[in-house]
Design a protein around this ligand. Structure first.
Ligand code: C2O
Length: 346
């Protein structure tokens, strides 16, 4: 059977996934018993998510203002589900055992290390983007993505590194501020050219070469009553570039490499959402690759899995995986940027 959405009224303590140690944080969302099944609104005009390193002044100003307002909600009403801390806590609650699986008390609900990885994060970003847009009354607002698969985007986008910007986060690895080049391999490669070359071949591997069946890319099945899978149950992209960027940005001065280095705190870094924009873009690009592997999963336990989110009107909604497999139906697409790794057969 498919994974059921969590019951917010039974949300409990969060723990570190690797050690099991309790975390000193309450990341449970506000409770509401008014839940509606989400219907994708009619799409009038696609939002086009831009590459963060090329963001123009006007769109940067809009993005900063939207984040400033989202942070402001933390102060004016900490229980407003649209607030920045509440948005960050979504990740903690779904990933650090705060939510149990409904009908299986004591069994953690986990949206990583399985085929739920891409759909969960797609929905998460979808509402985050709509909330930001509604806070600045701009229904066309589109979340910038961090284009780390292209040499031009292989460093933390500078918009996140301005200490006077609401996009700034002090909890990052200080040795990895721009223009330091990202190292997706996490092998402490020091030569810049070598890092770029490695990154491109990592991308080729995880998008093409090491995929023989659909779940190699998408992640292993995860159904109602299943124990959360370990790291090895995630897809190639989740385990590879996705984890690489988290670990590379996270601050080694902090116990759990907060913010980006641990599930519970990752959402506190604005760069998290742009990172996941690119992860989501990789899913989108993968489905268009002309390789033999089927690009869709038809198992109803996948398609009918569902989650709960608060939308931009603070309405708690139930969404299912089936409604997110085509992001154009969700009203957005990505700025077209070339993918040099595609021809990077090592
Ligand atoms: Cu839910 Cu990048 O992790």
């Amino acid at each position: 059977n498919p994974i059921q959405p969590p019951a917010f009224n039974t949300c409990g303590a969060a723990h570190d996934v690797r050690t099991g140690d309790p975390l000193d944080v309450n990341c449970c969302p506000p409770v509401s018993d008014n839940i509606i099944d989400y219907k994708l609104p009619k799409v009038r005009k696609l939002r086009v998510r831009p590459a963060a390193h090329k963001l123009d002044k006007i769109n940067l100003a809009k993005y900063e203002e939207a984040i400033r307002r989202m942070r402001e909600l933390d102060k004016t009403d900490p229980t407003d589900p649209r607030g920045f801390t509440q948005q960050a806590n979504i990740h903690c609650a779904y990933c650090n055992g705060a939510h149990d699986q409904v009908g299986f008390p004591g069994l953690d609900l986990q949206v990583h290390n399985s085929w739920l990885f891409f759909p969960f994060h797609r929905w998460y970003l979808y509402f985050y983007e709509r909330i930001l847009g509604s806070l600045i009354n701009d229904p066309t607002f589109a979340l910038p993505f961090w284009n780390w698969d292209n040499p031009k985007g292989m460093q933390l986008p500078r918009i996140f590194d301005n200490e006077r910007s609401p996009l700034y986060d002090a909890n990052r690895n200080q040795d990895h501020r721009p223009p330091d080049i990202v190292d997706l391999s996490l092998n402490n490669v020091t030569d810049d050219i070598q890092k770029v070359v490695n990154n491109l071949s990592i991308m080729y591997n995880e998008m093409v070469r090491s995929i023989s069946v659909t779940t190699d890319f998408m992640g292993q099945p995860y159904r109602a009553g299943d124990q959360p899978g370990g790291f090895g149950s995630g897809g190639t992209s989740e385990r590879g570039s996705h984890t690489g960027v988290h670990a590379w940005v996270g601050d080694p001065r902090n116990k759990y490499s907060e913010d980006m280095g641990n599930f519970y705190s990752a959402g506190r870094d604005t760069a998290f959402y742009s990172h996941h924009g690119n992860v989501d873009r990789m899913w989108s690009i993968w489905t268009t690759l002309k390789t033999d592997v089927p690009k869709t999963i038809t198992d109803p336990d996948y398609l009918n899995a569902s989650f709960l989110f608060y939308d931009e009107n603070k309405q708690l909604v139930r969404v299912k995986v089936a409604d997110c497999v085509d992001h154009r139906k969700m009203g957005y697409e990505y700025e077209k940027i070339d993918t040099p790794w595609l021809n990077y057969k090592p």
